[in-house]
Design a protein around this ligand. Structure first.
Ligand code: NAD
Ligand code: TYD
Length: 351
């Protein structure tokens, strides 16, 4: 891989992945970042990359559903691989309005697969980034394996499940060289603050109510984004074509425990709120999300055994770094908050 198209590279994980390749890995080739710049995109995430790596990093504003734009890109770029992150990614938004999820996550993936199918001489790998949410909800014990049947609960997870099936089918039917990764909940720098961890950090910092859905006992496995990026790059380089790999952080946590850890960390790092009130007092139990999956857990033995990857970050150290990052990067936070974040918060919780 010398020239990689990264779709959705201005989003949370895509921008961390591009930063990983340019600043931290041994990769010496170039990257073309294709992003439609939805509300979730943030050019600030990569503002240094263009100047630090003018010959190795470029950006094209385009929609992956736009066939002509994608065809033109392949014809003119000499790209040899695709790492596909672009998606609508927030479950609550998919419940409120599923259409964009169907369009981008299913049709967009289909478009890119068609491009790969038409140019077998050029595209030597299509890596598809997906989620553990395709497997549905677990009971109190057990973990998702790559062989667990799909059972998605939300429009988001159903659209990702459909895209995973398309990628597998294109491999079986047309022989497209693909790899797929299904990962658990990511956290870390540059995440749009509609997702649990950055939302709670910012609300805690500013003394706003912290919404916890239902009884707060839903369990997620948390994967630091740096570990995830390393895992994707490992799969792209060493993964067997046509194979799926689970990626998890080995960090199962109840939401309420995540939220209280964040409150305590912000108290420690930013000092107490007025009147010396602990930030745990900001927690509010609110109406549950419809179709809210109870528990996710990942069996990551395949990627460990076959490719030698395991997570490096513990949840405690990763969360500490993440809270610090949001508290220290005030300019990034202020710019994000001034845009779509504000209207989403108002729509969800009023003024
Ligand atoms: P994100 O919402 O932060 O970023 C998505 C990016 O895709 C944005 O920059 C957006 O502008 C771009 N995009 C959306 N529609 C597009 C289109 N039609 N054409 C081109 N670009 C488009 O998402 P993320 O959290 O970085 O997630 C990246 C991928 O990882 C997604 O496929 C998601 O399903 C998957 N994933 C995320 C998590 C997580 O915890 N965030 C967990 C598992 C899997
Ligand atoms: P989220 O970050 O939206 O990721 P996902 O739905 O993809 O897992 O939510 C993580 C968990 O936190 C999930 O169980 C829903 C819960 N949650 C809250 O309790 N309050 C919130 O404000 C949000 C956004 C999520």
């Amino acid at each position: 891989m010398e020239k990689i198209i990264v779709t959705g590279g201005c989003g949370f994980i895509g921008s961390n992945f591009i930063r990983h390749l340019l600043y931290e890995s041994a990769f010496s080739g170039s990257i073309i970042n294709i992003d439609k710049m939805t509300y979730a995109a943030n050019a600030d995430n990569l503002k240094d990359a263009a100047s630090d790596f003018p010959d190795r990093y470029s950006f094209v504003c385009a929609d992956i559903c736009d066939n002509a734009a994608m065809e033109n890109l392949i014809q003119t770029s000499s790209a040899d691989s695709i790492c596909h992150f672009a998606a609508e990614s927030h479950v609550d938004r998919s419940i409120a309005d599923p259409e964009a999820f169907i369009r981008t996550n299913i049709m967009g993936t289909y478009r890119l697969l068609e491009i790969a199918r038409k140019h077998p001489d050029r595209i030597s790998l299509f890596h598809h980034v997906s989620t553990d949410e395709v497997f549905g909800s677990l009971g109190a014990v057990g973990a998702f394996a790559e062989t667990t049947p799909y059972d998605p609960s939300s429009p988001y997870s159903a659209s990702k499940a459909a895209s995973d099936h398309l990628v597998s089918a294109y491999h079986r039917t047309y022989g497209i060289p693909v790899t797929i990764s299904n990962c658990s909940n990511n956290y870390g720098p540059y995440q749009f603050p509609e997702k649990l961890i950055p939302l709670v950090i910012l609300n805690a910092k500013e003394g706003r109510p912290i919404p916890v859905y239902g009884d707060g006992k839903n369990i997620r496995d948390w994967l630091h984004v740096a570990d995830h990026c390393r895992a994707i790059w490992t799969v792209m380089n060493k993964g067997i074509r046509g194979r799926t790999y689970n990626i998890g952080g080995n960090a199962e946590m109840r939401n309420i425990d995540v939220v209280t850890m964040i409150c305590d960390a912000v108290d420690r790092m930013a000092g107490p709120l007025d009147g010396n009130r602990p930030r745990r007092n900001l927690i509010r139990f609110v109406t549950d999300r419809p179709g809210h999956d109870r528990r996710y857990a990942m069996d990551c033995s395949r990627i460990g055994r076959e490719l030698g990857w395991k997570p490096k970050e513990s949840f405690e150290t990763g969360l500490e770094k993440t809270v610090r990052w949001y508290l220290e990067n005030e300019e990034w936070v202020e710019r994000v908050k001034s845009g779509e974040y504000l209207s989403w918060m108002k729509q969800q919780y009023g003024d």
